[in-house]
Design a protein around this ligand. Structure first.
Ligand code: G
Ligand code: G
Ligand code: G
Ligand code: MN
Ligand code: NA
Length: 248
């Protein structure tokens, strides 16, 4: 039913704010897909993205996500809100040879600078075919698009591969952030990963920040950007606007 859901506009995006760690101001948003099913209610991406990857529908889903996210970004820009927009790619998207020309056209149509778009790819998606991913990501970066390595620390990207991967940003997986304030090991891992990223000239995002104490600790560790329920859950576009106007 997924292809029909796309055609019938049953998919929607929620947006989770990204926060500048040093100042607490909003700098962007991650678009996260939701499927509003007439019988089953809201289906979360964890449930249908793996199926879409198996069936091949993921390519159409990602294109829909890209269009919808860029429409939203452009609308917010017209309202005077300049926000970095992040979308999630799957392994299959990295193997899609027409993705590059698609994204280029979508940006040009809207006169959006490529630098304002971040593509999040998981470590495991990259590792599925390292050479192909490397080539695709290199060309995307040449276009100006930013690349983030999502769920960093949970996959198999070795440090030597990291050195050669064409990425701009590491997103530390929330499993490390959750224990940050009381698990010594997590604190050590996060601190040294942030230091590694700094040395490699990579930006950093900490995911799953749920408490102010974690934010303060990440500040002392020099993390660049934050995301998490302490600031906000993923919100529908109008909720996001309301949140922006009350918060910032
Ligand atoms: O908010 P949350 O439950 O949305 O997301 C659950 C998982 O689904 C996360 O791992 C997230 O990266 C993934 N996800 C959310 N939206 C998309 C999307 O548009 N494309 C892909 N490939 N994954 C997504
Ligand atoms: O793309 P990615 O795998 O990073 O997707 C982010 C997932 O994490 C989404 O399911 C989102 O709803 C969820 N999330 C975002 N912030 C928090 C948080 O602070 N705590 C928890 N438990 N989940 C979060
Ligand atoms: O691109 P789409 O067909 O979804 O948008 C239709 C119109 O809805 C746009 O021209 C724009 O003016 C408006 N719109 C899009 N996103 C938002 C939003 O987040 N909030 C509000 N208030 N209007 C929006
Ligand atoms: Mn993500
Ligand atoms: Na993640």
């Amino acid at each position: 039913a997924l292809p029909e859901a796309i055609a019938e506009r049953k998919l929607e995006l929620h947006f989770q704010p990204k926060i500048d760690c040093a100042t607490g101001t909003v700098v962007g948003a991650e678009a996260l897909i939701r499927w509003r099913h007439p019988q089953l209610g809201v289906i979360r991406p964890d449930e249908f993205i793996p199926l879409a990857e198996q069936s091949g529908d993921i390519l159409a889903v990602t294109r829909w996500v890209c269009e919808a996210a860029l429409n939203q970004q452009q609308y917010w820009l017209e309202q005077g809100r300049k926000l970095q927009m992040a979308i999630n790619l799957s392994a299959k998207d990295l193997q899609d040879s027409s993705w590059l020309s698609f994204i280029k056209a979508e940006l040009q149509q809207r006169h959006l600078p490529a630098e304002t778009l971040t593509l999040e790819v998981t470590e495991s998606a990259v590792m599925a075919d390292v050479e192909q991913a490397q080539q695709q990501l290199t060309e995307l970066r040449r276009l100006g698009v930013k690349i983030a390595l999502d769920d960093y620390g949970t996959g198999y990207a070795s440090l030597s591969q990291l050195k050669h991967l064409p990425v701009d940003e590491l997103k530390l997986d929330q499993s490390f952030i959750r224990g940050l304030t009381d698990v010594e090991n997590d604190r050590v891992i996060v601190r040294s990963t942030l230091e590694l990223a700094r040395q490699l000239k990579l930006e950093t995002v900490a995911e799953g920040v749920e408490e102010e104490a974690a934010w303060r600790l990440l500040q002392t560790m020099g993390c660049v950007t934050l995301q998490g329920y302490f600031f906000s859950r993923p919100l529908a576009a109008t909720e996001f606007e309301n949140w922006l106007s009350t918060d910032a």
